[in-house]
Design a protein around this ligand. Structure first.
Ligand code: ZN
Length: 329
């Protein structure tokens, strides 16, 4: 039986070549005088038509611009931020291998929040992408290789995303294709909420700003279900970002440096979201915030806790791709 599949493949290739030349001959009989020169012309025409019509064509100026903008953005961000990684990819593989076991169901948050299963440990995988979305893309491909899906929350106030000045956000050319590619791995995309910074530092109405964000993702055909609050420097000295929503606001305004800012003007639902990551129902929360696992034994401790978890348990794991894929010692 050895070698049989290869022989089968070869004959399949031969078959398709035969069929293709038959089609050409047929067209040749009907449309074009029977000589090899006209077949050559026909083939060239088909090739030229294909190259110009394809959106992936190297001859398409829009594709060329996007590709070079993407490469420039990647070079800049990796140069600035790859050095901050503290965890290795092989450690991530170890975590994924464990979560692939039958005992667990690992899900993006929008699925996890609606999944209750007494015979499994239900795990929601959350990724806050604070400064290095190229690590997020690498991570998404690792998850894909294990058949695991997670949620990636992208941050509109991050350097990778663009610039906000004079009440306008200018997105980095090329960033949209990254969002699309992460989504195409099977991941859920969400919004990493930094609306307090938008309100206080950039002086933009957070409701309108968020609306524009949702428009962008709609145009990319990446559905948005949820948001996760970013622990910005500003939030640390005021209130958590989720208090921008009426569902969580502790008061109707915030006093900061002698000024009053409105809180809770709109609900999560009015802002287009079905969930806020912190308000999902879970009993255990593991996180690598600040490049440090919330366990004295680090990842080993987290793996032990996962192994000790019981069917029916609900766990949220927050992993920042920024800290992963260590490239130096
Ligand atoms: Zn964050």
């Amino acid at each position: 039986m050895k070698g049989f599949p290869i022989q089968e493949d070869k004959s399949a290739i031969k078959m398709s070549i035969v069929n293709f030349s038959r089609v050409l001959k047929f067209r040749n009989n009907i449309l074009i005088p029977d000589n090899s020169f006209s077949i050559l012309v026909l083939k060239s025409l088909i090739l030229i038509l294909f190259l110009f019509s394809s959106s992936f064509s190297p001859l398409n100026p829009a594709t060329r611009t996007t590709a070079s903008a993407y490469a420039e953005l990647e070079a800049k961000i990796r140069n600035n931020y790859d050095k901050y990684s503290v965890f290795r990819w092989d450690q991530y593989h170890e975590l994924m291998a464990l979560l692939s076991q039958d005992k667990y169901i690992a899900l993006p948050l929008n699925k996890m929040r609606r999944t209750y299963n007494d015979s499994k440990v239900v795990v929601g995988i959350r990724h806050d992408v604070d400064f290095n979305p190229f690590k997020a893309l690498e991570m998404a491909y690792i998850e894909k290789s294990y058949g695991i899906r997670a949620t990636y929350f992208f941050l509109a106030t991050a350097e990778y995303y663009g610039k906000i000045s004079d009440f306008i956000i200018t997105r980095s050319p090329g960033i949209e294709s990254l969002f699309k590619e992460v989504h195409n791995t099977g991941a859920e995309i969400g919004i990493h909420n930094d609306l307090l910074t938008v309100l206080i530092t950039d002086k933009i109405d957070p409701y309108q700003f968020n609306k524009e964000e949702l428009k962008l993702y709609k145009s990319l055909r990446t559905p948005i279900y949820g948001t996760a609050s970013h622990g910005s420097a500003l939030a640390k000295v005021t209130v958590p970002n989720f208090q921008i929503f009426s569902d969580f606001a502790s008061s109707d305004s915030l006093d900061f440096q002698g000024k009053k800012y409105p809180l809770g003007k709109h609900s999560l639902k009015e802002c287009g979201f079905r969930y806020e990551a912190y308000s999902i129902d879970f009993g255990f929360y593991f996180s690598d915030s600040g490049g440090k696992w919330n366990d004295p034994e680090g990842l080993a401790g987290i793996l032990k806790k996962l192994e000790a978890s019981k069917p029916g348990d609900r766990i949220q794991i927050l992993i920042h791709p920024d800290w992963w894929g260590k490239t130096s010692n």
